[in-house]
Design a binder for this molecule. Structure first.
Ligand code: CUA
Length: 156
């Protein structure tokens, strides 16, 4: 079978694009630690606020870092200000009692959807001390643009 030179060029070109895309996915997964969520845990959204897993919002120390319990609801994060130590393993556990919200710590790899009925969990380590904006990046109504918080990473 004879394949025309132009056809060969297109085949090689499109294969190259696929390889480049796969490399980009692998690169971001390995080098930047970006992974799709793999944690599935359900919760009754009507009682999320009084659920023992979310009754104590805020930062709780663990042996190797901290666990941060956050409620995302119209139109605030509870707590709105979070202080964590730099260089330690920080695990955020979030849920929403009302609508879909987002939890993005701007400038870091923390960015999760917060869906009513589920507990979103994400772990990261913040090496650079400073103040980070926490933004809701899922449109959640007229107060969406005001839904923000602050992550303060403190030098050890
Ligand atoms: Cu919450 Cu947008």
């Amino acid at each position: 079978m004879k394949i025309h030179i132009y056809e060969k060029a297109w085949m090689v070109g499109s294969l190259g694009v696929l390889v480049a895309f796969a490399a980009a996915i692998l690169g971001s997964a390995v080098a930047q630690g970006l992974h799709p969520p793999s944690h599935v845990e359900t919760i009754d959204p009507t009682t999320a606020g009084s659920d023992p897993r979310f009754s104590a919002t805020g930062v709780h120390q663990t042996t190797d870092g901290a666990e941060v319990i956050v409620l995302a609801q119209v139109w605030a994060f509870i707590p709105a200000e979070i202080r964590v130590p730099a260089g330690k393993k920080i695990t955020f556990r979030l849920t929403s009692p009302d609508l879909v919200h987002g939890f993005q710590v701007v400038g870091t790899n923390v960015n999760v959807m917060v869906v009513p009925g589920y507990v979103s969990q994400v772990t990261s380590t913040f090496e650079r001390p400073g103040e980070y904006l926490i933004a809701c990046n899922e449109y959640c109504g007229v107060g969406h643009h005001m839904m923000a918080g602050k992550l303060i990473v403190e030098a050890p």
